[in-house]
Ligand binder design. Structure first.
Ligand code: SAM
Ligand code: SF4
Length: 431
């Protein structure tokens, strides 16, 4: 057994977990396989936040069943949010899977592999600091995700996350700082601190520490250029945190602040714990404190009983606030959630589709107008790699920038003069 294939779908937390899984497997002597078909060990890191994501996981599991029938020695593992506590039921449903382990339950995979001697026998690395015991070593990329708070205690009525990722649990500042120092030593220039409600970080720690304290500590690290954080919940975005973001030079001017709806009735039914007016005031405070801040949001259309008028309130809010970008999802009933148990998914698919399209079209006009303001201006980007023959990087405000060049640039901070703008990316030339 020597080659692994890791398939990932879902949020940045899943991407971070997959990075840790790869690091662990490579520390055990495994190498990445070129394809699923040629792998000895296949791991699927799943997402069930929406039905569409779950359908893709089920499709992969069906393809894997055929591969396993042809090659019974192939080992298959399933992790991520599809794995709930009822493993016997999962085993019955997916007999092709050899090992199930929940999000971040890496220890269960290690135990399973050790019990069956599935390791390649030549552990290669010994990390200076670790998360849940697994190594932080891995390929050198200029950017890295660092989970800082797991789980969620909010129980928004539509959301399955608290059921699959458990209660909130913050990592101590010292442990995070140690991991980030190690990443920086290996060439990482930018870290994104992750949490389902990253701005709730620290409330469960013994000392009174919050995200502002964590950002302040990480801002002191030499050779770390940028710090990002995802995803913020409006209820936890305090004035102290906003002031800290504005003050610290390494903390990027970008906040993802999901609003979900522009209607108070829907927000109450979603159990979001803020009103539209409170959200508006928060945005005002953020914009007046953080110079040049970019804002993005998430919206759900077609929540049970949503009327045309309530949808119009969301559309109007999007036009009023003028976010840099908006992610629109169609409501999808999720097993076990309050909304699924008590409300009917009664907004027709055709309405959900047309409302999503209308919001996206409205937003793409706004995003284009915002991005066009950068034409002719110089922006600082961190180059992440190459895509379709062009270098790809991001501004501090999280805008994607492409530029052509023959020189190697990954990991560099560059000034680029913007020459082209679209709603989703910019293009320019290094100056
Ligand atoms: N914690 C963040 C927050 O407070 O908004 C978001 C995390 S959630 C996993 C990511 C996004 O998925 C949400 O912002 C929401 O728009 C979307 N989402 C979650 N549950 C959904 C559902 N049942 N149907 C449609 N979209 C959903
Ligand atoms: Fe889900 Fe709400 Fe928690 Fe976000 S805050 S992860 S939407 S329950």
């Amino acid at each position: 057994m020597s080659h692994y294939y890791l398939w990932t779908i879902g949020c940045q937390m899943n991407q971070a977990d997959s990075q840790h899984l790869s690091n662990y497997l490579e520390s055990q002597g495994f190498q990445p396989a070129a394809s699923m078909e040629s792998a000895d060990l296949v791991l699927l890191n799943s997402c069930v936040v929406r039905q569409s994501a779950e359908d893709r996981v089920i499709h992969q599991l069906a393809s894997l069943k055929a591969l396993k029938d042809a090659n019974p020695s192939m080992v298959i593992g399933l992790t991520g949010c599809l794995v709930d506590s009822n493993i016997p039921q999962l085993q019955k449903r997916f007999p092709q899977v050899d090992v199930f382990f929940g999000p971040q339950a890496f220890g269960n995979l290690e135990e399973w592999m050790a019990a069956r001697s599935v390791t390649k026998m030549s552990p290669t690395r010994h990390p200076a600091c670790s998360r849940n015991g697994e190594p932080v070593e891995g390929p050198v990329l200029p950017t890295a995700f660092v989970p800082v708070i797991q789980g969620c205690d909010s129980f928004c009525t539509y959301c399955v996350v608290p059921f699959r990722r458990g209660r909130e649990k913050s990592r101590p500042i010292a442990e995070i700082a140690c991991e980030v120092k190690e990443l920086v030593r290996r060439g990482v220039k930018e870290v994104t601190l992750l949490g389902q409600k990253v701005d709730a970080y620290g409330h469960d720690l013994p000392e009174t520490q919050d995200l502002a304290d964590l950002l302040t500590e990480l801002n002191t690290l030499n050779r770390l250029s940028r710090i990002r954080f995802l995803t913020s919940h409006p209820q936890h975005m305090t004035t102290r945190l906003i002031d800290t973001i504005a003050r610290l030079d390494k903390v990027c001017e970008h906040i993802n602040l999901p609003v979900q709806s522009g209607d108070d009735g829907i927000l109450t039914a979603m159990r979001r714990e803020y009103t539209v007016q409170e959200y508006r005031e928060l945005i005002k405070r953020i914009r007046s404190t953080i110079d040049g801040v970019a804002l993005s949001t998430d919206v759900i259309v077609g929540f049970p009983d949503e009327t045309e008028e309530q949808f119009q309130h969301t559309l109007e809010l999007i036009q009023e606030i003028r976010f840099d970008s908006v992610h629109v999802a169609r409501y999808s009933p999720r097993p076990g959630t309050w909304a699924t148990r008590h409300l009917k998914d009664n907004v027709p698919h055709s309405i959900k589709r047309s409302h999503k399209k209308l919001l996206e079209a409205t937003q793409s006009k706004i995003s284009l107008e915002i991005n066009q303001q950068l034409l002719g201006k110089n922006v600082e980007i961190l180059v992440e790699g190459i895509e379709k023959d062009k270098w790809r990087g991001r501004t501090r405000t999280d805008k994607l920038v492409f530029f052509p060049d023959t020189v190697y640039h990954t990991g560099k901070l560059l000034q680029v003069k913007i020459e082209k703008a679209s709603p989703w990316w910019l293009e320019g030339k290094p100056t």
